[in-house]
Design a protein around this ligand. Sequence first.
Ligand SMILES: Cc1cc2nc3c(=O)[nH]c(=O)nc-3n(C[C@H](O)[C@H](O)[C@H](O)COP(=O)(O)OP(=O)(O)OC[C@H]3O[C@@H](n4cnc5c(N)ncnc54)[C@H](O)[C@@H]3O)c2cc1C
Length: 280
Amino acid sequence: AGAAPRRRVLVVGAGPGGLQTAIAAAARGHEVTVVERETVAGGQVRWAASVPNRAELGDVVRNQLTECADLGVVIEYGVTADADCVSARRPDVVVVATGSRPVRPWWAPPADTPAGSRVVDVLEVLRGDAEPTGDVLVVDQLGFHQATSVAELLADRGCRVEIVTPSMVVGQDLGVTLDQETWWIRAAAKGIVSSTDRIVNAVNPDGEVHLMHHPTGATETRRPDWVVTVLPYAPADELYHELRRRADEEGIEVHRVGDAVAPRRIHAAVVDGDRIGAGL
Ligand SMILES: Cc1cc2nc3c(=O)[nH]c(=O)nc-3n(C[C@H](O)[C@H](O)[C@H](O)COP(=O)(O)OP(=O)(O)OC[C@H]3O[C@@H](n4cnc5c(N)ncnc54)[C@H](O)[C@@H]3O)c2cc1C
């Protein structure tokens, strides 16, 4: 594409989606600023890369930050953008890359009850907001690195870990990244138990977990000390929708990329960002 008129582009969120948007837009010659509420970049990748055997995943973001620096992208940390903050900056274009957030499962007791407080999301564990001990049941509906990573982390800390999945194998998508065989070897060495073809039907107020083997309908119970959930996230898209409501009035072009569109994976966030940024 030919050179575009230079525009002021504001990107909200310095995860892989936001950073790739910034790179592609800056490469087109635009003036790009990224605002990030945390003090470091990376979004969920930061936590994904923080567990055993995943450090190199952080290269994605490290490489993006190098490209951003080379292209003169300004990144402001510790800035939580709301719609007023975006309007006040008067960009020509805003790209919302605010990621996604956990959804509390319907079967979990309220979080402010004793049993409910021990049903936590994988990110709470990786961030250190929850510190499971003893017997831990990891409930996985994603089949990717999230569950296997947190299982290994907790096994390394001395927990007895069981992963429950509705799928036929634990970590079914690890084959895509050639990680499945090595995961099975490490899981066996760490005593991590895999229970497949099972869904959670309920967690009682006393913490008892009711499982169902879905091919047969047979039911089972567990009494873990903690339940760690790895379930589909929801887009963090409130800012996007608020900005869209104001867009005509304020004359700001609004886009969104990555998990803020639909929670997926890094590749999807990077492709989204590249397409939107290169199209400006
Ligand atoms: C434990 C775990 C392991 C994973 N492993 C993999 C894997 O192996 N491979 C893979 O492809 N994917 C993996 N994923 C998924 C992947 O990390 C996400 O799909 C990806 O990070 C989404 O990128 P994003 O830029 O859209 O959003 P995010 O990474 O969520 O980044 C959003 C950023 O926006 C910032 N933000 C939000 N709101 C505001 C605001 N109002 N103002 C300023 N900043 C704001 C956040 O602080 C964050 O930095 C994993 C996820 C988790 C949780």
